[in-house]
Design a protein around this ligand. Structure first.
Ligand code: AMP
Length: 430
């Protein structure tokens, strides 16, 4: 394997990589390097925590140093991920004064962003919503954007983001390089991606679209009412930093409140919090001021906090892909990690599908039960009108089922029978 110092990269970039202690490219970085320089489009799939950010940004920075007229745009689904990517790129360009990067996300001071844009940054990292605001205000032009990166590409192409992406594409030159990266690229998404790319090269590294093998996965079968107590046991048994994922904002808050009442130091992140609160939570957790981060799926993708040793799914995720992304917050870049998922009777079928799809060994359900909250019949034939079964009213009415601004709060969470279908999930951070 080549070392970065032996690769055809700009000297100031090599110096920055040296300072970051990046000696050798990871597998995905090595695999992408050639294509990125050749300029062809790309769809790349590699495990969570395998160095995808560097895979596109290292060649990108080198090319932008070589070509002072070119610009690049990176789109990512969450504000936190945008900040993380921009911070990494700023580390790469710290010795390159002519090359500036700026991040554009919703919930942040637009005047500050306008001031930053006046300095003509050639690297823009953005969430789609705020980027569109700037394009409409004409505070930003993308006519010199030669490189477009869709980080968490499958998420960027799903129905929540696709309309915004289509709008953005109208501002971009036709002739450009488009690169799409994710740890999960279902076949359906690969097909969708054909519309955004030209003869893309497909690169798949490691256990692409599967959870990282170094994650020890397990389940706890329990009743809904027992979760509160069981989570305390799980937390007490484990050392190190832990992310606990819940399905809803309300559920995340309630769980955090319960944990705090037992003396745990907890940070909270979900789409109902202000951007200031979200940033503070991530910082505090990253710096180890709290050991536990209670989160919704807003923290499921891309977030790189190397000290996370455990992920607990207090509720199962809505989609299979989110399972891979959630548990991928641990065991990053060759580390080890553990993931435990709470499975209530109404989640049995959902879990069976996840376990089968990802071939997870040793997590078979005991006494699988489809009656509590979803008997087998109704899973196959969804309930259509007439009198609603009691559990619908009781369990789902008060739940805030989504991160999104647009989604109806009463939407029914995923039930096992429909777990295989991809849902339209509106963007939660624009
Ligand atoms: P990513 O998947 O891009 O979030 O990267 C996962 C982790 O690996 C991050 O903490 C990176 O800083 C680290 N990393 C990425 N590439 C390298 C490399 N070539 N050498 C050392 N660490 C790396």
């Amino acid at each position: 394997m080549k070392r970065f110092q032996d690769m055809a990269l700009a000297p100031e970039l090599k110096a920055a990589l040296h300072d970051l202690k990046f000696e050798n490219p990871t597998e995905i970085q090595e695999a992408v390097y050639q294509t990125a320089f050749e300029g062809s489009d790309l769809m790349a799939c590699a495990e969570t925590g395998s160095g995808k950010t560097g895979a596109y940004s290292i060649p990108m920075v080198s090319k932008l140093i070589e070509n002072p007229k070119a610009s690049a745009l990176i789109l990512a689904p969450t504000r936190e991920l945008v900040h993380q990517i921009a911070d990494f790129i700023r580390d790469l360009i710290k010795d390159t004064p002519d090359l500036r990067a700026t991040s554009l996300v919703g919930g942040a001071d637009i005047k500050k962003q306008l001031r930053a844009l006046k300095k003509n940054p050639r690297i823009i990292v953005a969430t789609p919503g705020r980027l569109i605001d700037h394009l409409k205000r004409q505070s930003l032009k993308l006519s010199r954007t030669e490189l477009l990166v869709l980080d968490e590409g499958d998420r960027m192409l799903d129905m929540g983001f696709a309309p915004q992406l289509n709008q953005i594409l109208k501002y971009l030159p036709q002739k450009r390089q488009t690169m799409l990266f994710s740890a999960t690229l279902p076949e359906k998404v690969k097909k969708l991606a054909e519309a955004y790319t030209v003869n893309p090269k497909k690169i798949s590294v490691g256990r692409a679209s599967l959870p990282v093998a170094a994650i020890k996965q397990s389940i706890v079968q329990l009743k809904h009412k027992d979760k509160k107590e069981r989570i305390l046991d799980e937390l007490n048994q484990r050392d190190g930093a832990i992310i606990v994922f819940s399905k809803t904002k309300h559920g995340t808050d309630a769980l955090a409140k319960n944990l705090k009442s037992f003396g745990h130091h907890v940070d909270i992140i979900h789409g109902g919090r202000s951007q200031g609160q979200r940033n503070k939570a991530i910082q505090s957790f990253k710096q180890g001021r709290s050991r536990i981060l209670c989160a919704t799926d807003i923290a499921a993708r891309g977030i790189d906090i190397p000290q996370v040793e455990h992920v607990i799914n207090f509720d199962l995720p809505m989609s299979h892909e989110d399972y891979v992304h959630r548990i991928g917050r641990t065991a990053r870049n060759g580390a080890k990690g553990e993931a435990v998922s709470f499975v209530t009777p109404d989640e049995h079928r959902n879990w069976q599908m996840i376990a089968r799809k990802y071939q997870i060994p040793g997590v078979e359900l005991e006494n699988a039960n489809f009656r509590d909250g979803g008997d087998e019949k109704s899973e196959k034939r969804p309930f259509r009108g007439k009198k609603k079964p009691k559990f619908f009213k009781k369990k789902f009415k008060s739940k805030d089922g989504s991160e999104s601004k647009g989604a109806s709060s009463g939407r029914r969470p995923s039930r096992g029978g429909s777990g295989g279908k991809r849902r339209s999930r509106p963007s939660f951070n624009a």
